[in-house]
Design a protein around this ligand. Structure first.
Ligand SMILES: [Zn+2]
Length: 257
């Protein structure tokens, strides 16, 4: 599998005041602040994936799962569905095709400038067809690109293929602007792929991400279950319990926008 399973430093040094700090930030959220969660690199069922889905299910919080089409099989889908227990809180959508880098230099990308439009369209279309054929009506027409980025040709192709929205990370809109016909429901809080070497810096930066996101009126939280440990699961559980108790925030679903 082409994903890293490194645990970010903050999860190796759990902070006892993390729940309090997050709670204080969310208490300051203006009424109507939107929150959503997006989990990337889904497709191969494992313990971490099951635990993640169970936590969302227990709190009744919607989760958007970005599935890598090449990884999914009928039997894997059956297992994922079983964990979803009826599916109503899960929004299944597409995450690239094989999650491989095709860029020759610079930042990684599966749908960047170093591939032809024809090659990119072929991969997007077969990913879409595969997910539609396995998931049926559970497949939602949204696209999360691997590494959160794609080029402007890919944006055109996604519209041609009928995708209704994409989800990248904050800042990508400046690099590859999208029109209103393909909105970017971007994430602005990264839980599990943080790069701070020092855990205290990691915690401060994570809380700052939440603070800044709250001020924008929409908090989009990105998860990578392969990189979660016990501390990361505990924080996720705390995070969702704080959110469901907060009357000012509204849980967002891509499929209900
Ligand atoms: Zn990914």
């Amino acid at each position: 599998m082409i994903v890293k399973n490194i645990i970010s430093s903050l999860w190796l040094a759990p902070a006892s005041d993390a729940k309090e700090r997050l709670s204080a930030i969310l208490d300051s959220a203006p009424k109507g602040t939107e929150i959503f969660f997006r989990a990337d690199d889904v497709g191969v069922p494992g313990d971490n994936c099951r635990r993640m889905i169970e936590i969302f299910r227990a709190h009744g919080v919607p989760l958007h799962l970005a599935v890598t089409p090449a990884w999914l099989t009928e039997s894997r889908w059956a297992t994922l569905q079983e964990w979803g227990g009826g599916d109503d809180f899960l929004c299944w959508h597409q995450h690239g095709w094989r999650h491989v880098n095709h860029q020759k230099t610079g930042k990684k990308g599966e749908f960047g400038t170093d591939r032809s439009r024809v090659a990119k369209k072929a991969d997007l279309a077969r990913g879409q067809e595969k997910l539609q054929s396995i998931m049926g009506a559970s497949f939602q027409p949204f696209f999360t690109p691997p590494w959160n980025r794609f080029d402007s040709e890919t944006a055109e192709v996604l519209s041609e293929l009928g995708f209704k929205a994409v989800s990248r990370s904050d800042g990508e809109q400046k690099k590859v602007p999208l029109s209103d016909t393909l909105p970017d429901i971007f994430t602005n809080v990264d839980l599990h792929t943080r790069g701070e070497a020092d855990p205290a810096d990691g915690w401060n930066a994570l809380m700052e991400d939440f603070e800044v996101a709250v001020r924008t009126g929409r908090v989009g939280v990105m998860l990578h279950h392969q990189r979660m440990n016990q501390a990361a699961f505990d924080f996720l559980d705390d995070c969702l319990s704080v959110i469901v108790r907060n009357n000012a925030v509204r849980l967002l679903r891509f499929d209900l926008l």
